[in-house]
Design a protein around this ligand. Structure first.
Ligand code: CP
Ligand code: NVA
Length: 345
């Protein structure tokens, strides 16, 4: 399952089959269940000892990681910048509108430039197809820092938070209430399934999960002992859950649909009353930014069961682990080719 999925994105540089595959992280299922566990173990180790791995430092020299944003960000931007610095490297942050990608220059040509310049490419963008193209033409790892379809770095942080709370992810039930068609819902389905969780996705009509994602997640869950279910009623979804999660009802790029969405999601706010149906030790997660009184009540997100600040902190640890893991494999595949002309002495 996952090997085939991985192979989809795993080569880079326009499918040059003479080179070993470079690993990318474009969606949650680009890692196998065992690989995801390895990354989470490393994340926990790096949280305990933040400066213990410096693969991006070579004496005084630092490698650069491109961190490119086509959409705005707080957590992703700061966590990658701080995390890359802790790994001994430097982040080159590119804000929305600051680069030529996609409007003045193709993604293919951008990849060809960046792979000669940086050690990894972290990209927050709109369509997943752009990330797939970037990965196809890049011999350095490409990481999805949020697309319209997936937010896999966030889910690694969430899974680390669940592990910290319960000791393990396997067998725990996560109920996601809200826009079940968005990037967070899809990544919870895939990432949760990989981690052996029971994932329940609950959204109103018109905002239910992508059937293709559910099908893939259910196939993965069949291997890990987890499950993925689409549930129509919020009360049924949270009943007996260990984790209750939500996200904004209006994702980036959907601002024009704000009023129609506000009506559609009535009854899907996470309230204290809803939380009371979850297990007594259940915790609340939200990737943030949050809109209090809209998708979640203030007494839930600011209450004792909320773990949102740990979750936000865990972005840095999880992403550092992911970068270490990807860079190790990129090195093993000797991705860098020195194409400079020889200079005679
Ligand atoms: N959760 C998250 O990705 O936050 P930012 O949009 O602020 O990066
Ligand atoms: N679904 C939200 C997540 C923000 C981190 C969005 O895409 O805007």
């Amino acid at each position: 399952m996952t090997d085939a999925l991985t192979a989809d994105h795993a080569r880079g540089a326009g499918e040059d089959s003479s080179r070993p595959a470079v690993r990318h992280f474009l969606k949650d299922s680009d890692l196998s269940p065992a690989e995801q566990a390895e990354v989470l173990d490393l994340a926990a180790a790096l949280k305990a000892a933040p400066h213990s791995r410096t693969p991006l430092a070579h004496g005084d020299a630092r490698e650069t990681v491109a961190v490119i944003f086509d959409k705005t960000s707080t957590r992703t931007r700061f966590s990658f910048a701080a995390g890359i610095a802790e790994l001994g490297g430097q982040a080159l942050i590119v804000n929305p509108g600051e680069s030529q990608i996609g409007h003045k220059e193709s993604v293919e040509d951008t990849a060809r430039i960046l792979e000669r310049t940086v050690s990894a490419i972290v990209w927050r963008t709109f369509g997943q197809a752009g990330l797939e193209t970037m990965a196809r033409f890049s011999r350095v790892p490409v990481v999805n820092a949020l697309s319209d379809e997936f937010h896999p770095c966030q889910i690694l942080a969430d899974l680390l938070t669940v592990r910290e709370e319960f000791g393990t992810t396997a067998g725990r039930t996560l109920a996601y209430i809200g826009d079940a068609a968005n990037n967070m819902a899809s990544s919870y389905a895939l990432g949760g399934a990989l981690a052996g969780m029971h994932v329940r996705l609950c959204g109103p009509q018109g905002y239910r999960p992508d059937p293709a994602v559910v099908e893939e997640a259910q196939r993965i869950a069949g291997e890990t002992g987890g499950s993925v279910a689409v549930v129509d009623e919020p009360r049924e979804a949270v009943s007996g859950a260990d984790v209750v999660a939500t996200d904004t009802w209006v994702s980036m790029g959907q601002e024009g649909q704000k009023s129609e969405r506000a009506g559609a999601f009535e009854g899907f706010r996470v309230t204290e009353e809803l939380m009371a149906l979850a297990r007594p030790e259940a915790v609340f997660l939200h990737c943030l930014p949050a809109y209090r009184g809209v998708e979640v009540d203030a007494d839930v997100i600011d209450g004792s069961r909320s773990r949102v600040w740990d979750e936000a902190e865990n972005r840095r640890h999880a992403q550092k682990a992911l970068l270490v893991w990807l860079l190790q494999r990129a090195e093993a595949s000797s991705s860098f080719v020195d194409r400079r002309p020889e200079v005679s002495a």
